[in-house]
Design a protein around this ligand. Structure first.
Ligand SMILES: C[S@@+](CC[C@H](N)C(=O)[O-])C[C@H]1O[C@@H](n2cnc3c(N)ncnc32)[C@H](O)[C@@H]1O
Length: 258
């Protein structure tokens, strides 16, 4: 398995993170600020009967916010590469008729062309080794609109966060990490060029994700679950560790008949 995937499959971190998402999915913990924000953005876009794909859905917890803030009848399809998270999602929404979940990989989605009307991919792309193929896949399987929550800045930064280790040093003799996760920031220019190469892309809007309640991000439950990996707010910017996180919503309008 590639090192970057271990963020999610690592038994200690991955399981604790899955539990956090599950608690949100069953309503035992509050909605995430990003979930509220994306649901509000989707409200004017979604239509009754739409098929909504949530790529990298975790435990399906964004469905709670979609139901609350975008109150039309959609068929929600959550996919995630981490099978235990899909098990949690199925448990959280057992018996619900408006959703299905499946294990799938953004690099090669096992979904038909245009099988979703609208897709969202929240807080996943920074952690992948590259984004061209995942974004092309999302545009292939979606008919009208794709929304991405990702890190977008004036310049690109390809960042590897070195995983700390209990059993020895985190860097080897050659100064290479024994384990790591990506936290990649892409420039507006790169993103627009990349999207410009996808024929079905008709429009692109990149807007900062700045509609959040700083107090909610300081939520003790969030801090306790994520310990040294929780988001804080400094001077109005979202910060994680030493990194300012320029979270943005990228809204891609599609027209496959162009
Ligand atoms: C930071 S979590 C975000 C979960 C949720 N979308 C949210 O915003 O809370 C990233 C998710 O992406 C999933 N993921 C990572 N790589 C993936 C891939 N190649 N294809 C699909 N999902 C992936 C992980 O399993 C994890 O659930």
């Amino acid at each position: 398995m590639e090192a970057w995937r271990q963020t999610w499959t690592d038994p200690a971190h991955g399981a604790a993170y899955g539990e956090l998402l599950y608690q949100r999915a069953i309503g035992a913990l509050p909605e995430m600020e990003s979930a509220k924000a994306v649901a509000r953005r989707l409200a004017p876009i979604l239509r009754d009967g739409d098929r909504l794909l949530d790529a990298g859905c975790g435990a399906g917890h964004f469905l709670v916010s979609i139901r609350r803030h975008a109150p039309c009848r959609v068929h929600y399809h959550g996919i995630d590469a981490t099978a235990p998270y899909i098990d949690l999602a199925r448990r959280a929404f057992a018996g619900a008729s408006d959703c299905v979940f499946g294990v799938d990989d953004l690099f090669a989605l096992a979904l038909d062309d245009r099988s979703a009307d609208v897709a969202m991919c929240n807080t996943v792309l920074p952690f992948l080794p590259s984004i061209a193929q995942p974004i092309a896949e999302l545009c292939r399987v979606t008919r009208r609109v794709v929304i991405l929550r990702m890190l977008v800045s004036e310049r690109s930064f390809l960042i590897r966060e070195v995983a700390s280790r209990e059993d020895g040093d985190e860097l080897d003799e050659a100064n290479q990490p024994r384990g790591f996760g990506f936290c990649n920031i892409y420039s507006h220019r790169h993103l627009r060029r990349l999207l410009g190469r996808i024929p079905a892309v008709r429009s692109v809007a990149i807007e900062p994700d700045d509609e959040f309640d700083p107090a909610a991000l300081a939520d003790p439950a969030e801090q306790a679950f994520k310990r040294d990996n929780a988001t804080a707010v400094l001077g109005g910017m979202q910060v994680n560790g030493s990194i300012i996180m320029p979270w943005a919503f990228v809204t891609i309008g599609l027209d496959h008949d162009r």
